[in-house]
Write a new protein. Structure first.
Length: 98
C-alpha cells in the first residue's frame, strides 16, 4: 500500500502562525498549514535519510509480514492531505522552497 502524507517544515508552520497573529485575517477560522500535494510516505522517508546524509536501502515489506514490535503504531491506512486554500487566500501563505 502506498501511503501519502501532506507534510510541512516547522519553519513554514512558524511563518504561517506569525502571519496569522500579525494580520488577524484568519481569526476564528481553522486554517490548514501543509504542502498542497501529498507525497508518498516512502519518498518523504528517503528525503529525510538523504538530508541526514544516510545511505539507506529502503525495502517495502507488507504490513502483515512485520512482527508486532516493528509495525507502525496506528499505521496510516489512508492518504492524508489537507486543503490549504485558506492559508493561501487569507494569509498569503505558501510553503517555502527548501
Amino acid at each position: 500500500m502506498s501511503r501519502h502524507l501532506a507534510v510541512v517544515h516547522v519553519d513554514d508552520v512558524a511563518t504561517a502562525v506569525l502571519v496569522a497573529l500579525d494580520t488577524g485575517s484568519a481569526a476564528g477560522q481553522p486554517v490548514n498549514i501543509a504542502e498542497s500535494e501529498a507525497v508518498p510516505l516512502r519518498d518523504w522517508m528517503r528525503q529525510i535519510a538523504t538530508g541526514a546524509g544516510a545511505e539507506a536501502e529502503f525495502v517495502q515489506v507488507p504490513d502483515a509480514a512485520l512482527p508486532a514490535d516493528l509495525a507502525l503504531t496506528g499505521a496510516i491506512a489512508q492518504d492524508m492531505s489537507a486543503a490549504v486554500d485558506r492559508a493561501r487566500d487569507l494569509l498569503g501563505w505558501s510553503v517555502s522552497d527548501p
